[in-house]
Design a protein around this ligand. Structure first.
Ligand code: ZN
Length: 617
């Protein structure tokens, strides 16, 4: 989505500082001993399209062997009594970004396949190789676009990962062929100038977009286009896109939109969940309060689900997208459930259930919404072995209490999840999450860092960039995310309030990254990025003077999700005091602060400011 420069700053800093990519939830499922054969009896069976006249499903060796009402399974096969429960195909989330623990989390919530729409192709290749060898059965199955097609500086380049960009139609076939060689299952294209969110960003020309779509079709690959507004959606459809990733939230659909989509045989992945979040509504917040989900959500998941896109200058309205879905229902346009996890307001797996709820709110029947997460994406993306409960299919299955064709939120009452006939070990996962939460709760009563009592972090009077507590000050720049911005810190003479010294922070912001930054970082814990309990403090206060440009102070907290929260300040030629309540940083109570930054950027150019008497009060 439009996300969040900041998320990538977070990821980049965290990768360097604390091993972000290391799984936080350590359970490893032992699948070797699983029999992958069982028979489910007395179930209500949703076959991917409807409730069918069958109550029994026999799985043998990870595949569905029989579906009926009097299945004669072998006598030694385990029987699961599912009275009152509904058996469904495992869900397919048609828009995610897979990395970290995402695929593991997805499976916990019944999403057995993720269609990734942009990730590191090396990561995707590793996962797919393991899948092909029958490993990693505790992860959702992955299909991936790999890199996306975008221009230099366009959407998709802001995450710090170098992306092979494209600027002209003549490059299209070579670009597409390179993706296919890397293993892309389909081609993802960006057509979004960020206009709908009050921004400006370069994007592909219509000619180049069409050339990439044509190049994908020449190789038999689907071309899925990320759109940002209604004119862009129409351009993509007219250029021959197979599908739209996202619906538009900038305007009501014009009277001809649904007919245009139908005439061109496109499918649409509305991603209402992330559009809600783009609209400023924390889409995932209700999920964090749901007792059926909360025990399986990590501290970071909960932090992220409670966020929305707070940094956008314009918030479009997700309701427009719901109205468009409603109009599409009168056509034959396939609508697919997708979430765009893990963008702010979402998390893998859990958010798919929110998407189903929003699709129903848009006018879909619960049955139709369930099909949008099972048989419809399977057919659309040619996943011939899944998405249905039928003989010969992979046993990717979800068993839930109650009847989700009557109440769509019944999908949240998960009894069991199977991938290729192996039951996911949700109990062990739940226990690990409980342990993580207990540790996080302990942190609230942990001792404050020694030396933090007065609240003064630094007055720089020693003539060095010392701090009274924590791991001290360091220079932080976007070079860790592939940027070219530079920064230095120097203690200089002449501090605030007539004191001897202050910290000068200066450097140059390079235009290479849209989320460029450079400046200084203070780590309050014993090591860089270790959490520190500073909940006895209520505000961050500092003096600053500078060149009149606007700067940012950013704070990382563990419970704030994966994104730093920031406040702007504009220091002038005279020393001035700035003060921000801690709660201004994404509502933190200060119990798990990992880092506080003072930085220039993202606007390019030189920067120079001084800070002094930095304190938490
Ligand atoms: Zn996305």
């Amino acid at each position: 989505m439009t996300s969040q420069a900041l998320s990538r700053i977070a990821a980049a800093i965290l990768i360097v500082a604390s091993g972000f990519c290391v799984s936080r939830i350590a359970y490893a499922q032992n699948t070797a001993s699983a029999s992958r054969s069982f028979v489910i009896r007395n179930a209500r069976v949703f076959d991917g399209q409807q409730i069918v006249n069958a109550t029994e499903v026999w799985v043998e060796n990870g595949a569905i062997k029989a579906v009926g009402s009097d299945v004669k399974a072998a006598s030694d096969v385990t029987t699961i009594n599912a009275t009152g429960d509904t058996l469904l195909p495992g869900f397919i989330d048609s828009h995610t970004h897979a990395y970290g623990d995402g695929l593991k989390e997805a499976l916990i919530f019944g999403v057995t396949t993720e269609l990734d729409m942009f990730t590191d192709p090396h990561y995707a290749a590793r996962v797919k190789k393991a899948q092909a060898e029958g490993q990693d059965l505790n992860l959702a199955d992955l299909r991936s676009a790999g890199y996306l097609a975008t221009v230099p500086g366009g959407h998709g380049t802001e995450y710090g990962m170098p992306v092979p960009t494209i600027t002209s139609p003549s490059e299209a076939q070579a670009w597409v062929d390179a993706r296919i060689a890397e293993g892309s299952d389909y081609i993802k294209i960006i057509d979004d100038d960020a206009h709908a969110y009050g921004g400006h960003r370069p994007t592909l020309t219509k000619e180049t977009m069409k050339a990439i779509i044509d190049a994908a079709h020449r190789r038999g690959k689907l071309a899925v286009v990320h759109i940002g507004d209604q004119p862009g959606a129409k351009d993509a459809i007219n250029a021959g896109a197979d599908g739209l990733a996202h619906l538009f939230a900038d305007s009501e659909p014009t009277v001809d939109f649904a007919a245009l989509a139908e005439k061109h045989h496109v499918f649409i992945i509305p991603t209402l969940t992330v559009l809600e979040s783009v609209s400023g509504i924390p889409s995932g917040e209700p999920l964090t309060a749901d007792a059926r989900f909360e025990p399986y959500l990590t501290v970071e998941d909960i932090g992220n689900l409670r966020r929305s896109f707070t940094t956008l200058s314009t918030h479009p309205s997700e309701i427009y997208a719901e109205h468009t879905v409603r109009e599409l229902l009168a056509t034959h346009v396939p609508v697919l459930a997708g979430t765009d996890s893990p963008n702010p307001g979402t998390s893998h797996g859990a958010s798919l259930h929110r998407e189903l709820e929003l699709l129903v709110r848009s006018g879909m029947t619960p049955q139709g919404a369930l099909a949008a997460a099972t048989s419809v994406p399977a057919k659309t993306f040619h996943l011939d072995d899944r998405g249905r409960v039928a003989v010969g299919e992979r046993a990717d299955l979800l068993l839930v209490k109650g009847n989700p064709t009557l109440d769509i939120t019944a999908t949240r009452d998960i009894v069991a999840v199977w991938k290729a006939g192996v039951q996911d070990d949700r109990d062990s996962y739940r226990a690990e999450v409980a342990k993580q939460k207990a540790e996080a709760a302990n942190l609230k009563t942990a001792a404050a860092p020694t030396g933090s009592e007065s609240g003064l972090i630094s007055n720089f009077e020693s003539g060095k960039p010392d701090a009274n507590f924590g791991a001290g000050w360091s220079v932080s720049t976007d070079s860790i995310a592939g940027g070219k911005s530079t920064g230095t810190m120097n203690v200089v003479t002449g501090g605030a309030n007539g004191s001897q010294h202050a910290l000068d922070v200066s450097g140059n912001i390079d235009s290479g990254l849209p989320f460029a930054w450079a400046g200084v970082m203070f780590s309050p814990g014993p090591q860089p990025f270790a959490r520190a309990n500073l909940s006895s403090k209520k505000s961050l206060t500092f003096w600053a003077k500078g060149d009149g440009k606007t700067y940012r102070t950013m704070m990382f907290t563990e419970s704030g999700g994966r994104i730093p929260s920031q406040q702007r300040f504009t220091p002038g030629p005279e020393w001035k005091q700035f003060s921000f309540p801690l709660s201004a940083f994404n509502g933190t109570d200060g119990h798990d602060i990992q880092a506080i930054l003072f930085v220039g950027g993202p606007e390019p150019g030189s920067f120079d400011f001084e800070i002094d008497d930095v304190q938490l009060q």
